[in-house]
Design a protein. Structure first.
Length: 304
């Protein structure tokens, strides 16, 4: 029990330090925590998930999303039995993985993971991460609708509430709904001022911060303090999503099955030239130069 209290305390210290942009304090807490391993008694139950989540958040702030994503996937694989639909670990890991993928610009993989979550609104962590993915994809109305499912009243997650409001502010701005945008931004700044949450501003693009604060004129002390730092934007302002037509998907599946262009044309009842044209389009969209590269990229993007 004592060791679990230690893990909980150090994880909370790391996240609290991150929220106030005290990266040295966060790094010290994470160093003392170490890395969770499958048989380490220190990480019994689901405590390992909170540690991995904290490490992921630290990595996002330090522009080290790739190594954090690798650690997350290895640790989840080692604790797969504890990462299930009834666990606390699963939404934490889903949220962290989406954030890391989004930070890396992997829009298709982030969107695919978001689409796999049946009820993102059931957890404040997945709600915020899925809404952020949707907003970065340009699905502003869908992002706002999801955020409206979050009711932070009486819940101990002010950062989730603040980031939900930040997503809504940017999404409303993108839709030309300035008053709704200003209202959401102002409420987010109030939460930041009340709780000392500086890091959440880094989830918003610098240009959006400039536009929103110019319109709202909150003069938020937390925002002022954040802007004095050199903290970088965590996520790209938008992400590119590769989309394939229904016919291109069929050609891709046949390509993965090892079919030749001639066999594909017979299967699809089209000319060989049509198949070749569709294959060229698929290769271009997947940034591939041959069959093997196309298949590998399609697997990475979860098209097959």
């Amino acid at each position: 029990m004592q060791s679990q209290v230690k893990v909980a305390g150090l994880t909370a210290c790391a996240l609290t330090s991150l929220d106030s942009l005290d990266f040295e304090g966060a790094e010290g807490a994470l160093t003392e925590l170490g890395h969770p391993t499958e048989n380490d008694a220190l990480y019994a139950d689901e405590f390992w998930a909170f540690t991995v989540y904290a490490r992921s958040q630290f990595a996002l702030s330090c522009n080290d999303a790739f190594s954090a994503l690798s650690l997350l996937r290895r640790t989840v694989a080692a604790h797969s039995a504890q990462c299930n639909p009834t666990s606390i670990a699963q939404p934490l890991m889903q949220s962290a993985e989406m954030d890391l993928l989004l930070a890396l610009g992997e829009g298709n993989m982030a969107a695919s993971l978001a689409g796999d979550i049946t009820d993102p609104g059931s957890s404040p962590w997945t709600l915020v991460s899925v809404a952020r993915v949707r907003q970065r994809m340009g699905q502003n109305r869908s992002a706002i609708a999801l955020c409206h499912q979050y009711n932070g009243d009486g819940q101990p997650y002010p950062r989730a509430q603040m980031e939900s409001l930040l997503i809504q502010a940017v999404a409303h701005w993108g839709l030309g709904e300035q008053q709704d945008s200003v209202d959401a931004w102002s409420r987010a700044c109030t939460i930041a001022d009340q709780n000392g949450l500086l890091r959440s501003f880094a989830t918003v693009a610098a240009l959006d911060i400039e536009n929103l604060e110019s319109a709202a004129a909150t003069h938020s002390p937390a925002l002022t303090e954040f802007l004095k730092t050199a903290t970088r934007e965590v996520f790209p302002k938008s992400v590119h999503i590769v989309t394939l037509t229904e016919r291109e998907r069929k050609v891709l599946l046949l390509l993965a099955a090892g079919m030749s262009s001639t066999a594909m044309s017979e299967k699809l009842h089209v000319s060989t030239n049509t198949v070749k044209s569709q294959l060229r389009s698929v290769y271009k969209k997947l940034d591939a130069h041959n069959r093997d590269e196309a298949i590998a990229q399609a697997h990475a993007l979860r098209f097959i």
